[in-house]
Design a protein around this ligand. Structure first.
Ligand code: SAH
Length: 225
């Protein structure tokens, strides 16, 4: 079973996405185990201090190495980890390829930054992979970590009800997904494409492939090949 340990100064910021829908079902089915660690529990001072002013001056606090190292070391004593990931806007941009790759692995630690980020020595000595969810800056790594976890977990076999469903999503095969419709087949003057009502599975499949190609070419020429 895959296990993810998430380290954060504000674990309550990340817990709720795991309490509903597909992620909750994956946890209930024991396909994945998620553990949250409050970095403040690993602080050495009574004040539970986990951040401090930056050397050289400048606005914004920096997360200290000691509590992070203590937490990661304790986790590593219990089991081995495939990756220790730091969520950061200057990391490798998250993509379906990365999520696919990570979904095949076993255990991860995910470190969420806050404030100005973490002391560079954390990144140099403890982190094996740095991931960004896009070219914009958020206040903390919790939402990015939730995004990363969601994209990985839904790819684990057995998590999605319909086994093939993740394979037909956008970005698998470098294609966007075709459009989808449901009842009613006719709404005001908006009609569902007739072919989808035809019952002809082979033709429907072909139509979907065509639409996927068409949409990718039009909307994402950068990934079309
Ligand atoms: N000073 C840093 C930004 C810190 S933002 C810089 O300019 O690069 C605070 C924390 O939020 C980061 O440590 C990181 O964990 C998280 N974060 C912010 N934006 C993110 C993004 N696009 N992807 C992943 N994590 C992000």
């Amino acid at each position: 079973m895959m296990r993810i340990d998430i380290i954060s100064v504000l674990p309550e910021l990340i817990e709720s996405p795991f309490n509903a829908s597909i992620l909750k079902r994956a946890i209930d089915k024991k396909l994945i185990e998620i553990n949250f660690h409050d970095l403040k529990d690993y602080a050495s001072s009574k004040r539970r201090q986990v951040d401090d002013y930056q050397f050289g001056g400048g606005a914004g606090m920096v997360m200290m190495i000691e509590p992070i190292k203590k937490c990661i070391d304790l986790l590593k004593k219990e089991r081995t980890y495939d990756e220790v990931i730091y969520m950061t806007p200057d990391g490798e941009m998250l993509s379906q390829k990365i999520s696919n790759r990570l979904s095949l692995k076993g255990n991860f630690i995910i470190l969420c930054g806050h404030y100005k980020g973490v002391d560079q020595r954390v990144r140099d000595s403890l982190i094996t992979m740095e991931i960004s969810i896009g070219d914009y800056v958020l206040s903390g790594g919790e939402l990015p970590a939730a995004v990363l976890c969601d994209s990985i977990i839904r790819l684990i076999p057995g998590v999605l009800g319909d086994e093939t469903s993740a394979l037909t999503d956008s970005f698998q095969d470098d294609l966007l997904a075709p459009p989808v419709y449901t009842r009613p087949s006719s709404f005001d003057d908006l009609e569902v494409p007739e072919i989808l009502l035809s019952g002809n599975k082979a033709k429907i499949e072909l139509w979907r492939e065509e639409k996927a190609l068409e949409r990718t070419k039009k909307l994402r020429p950068d990934i079309f090949n």
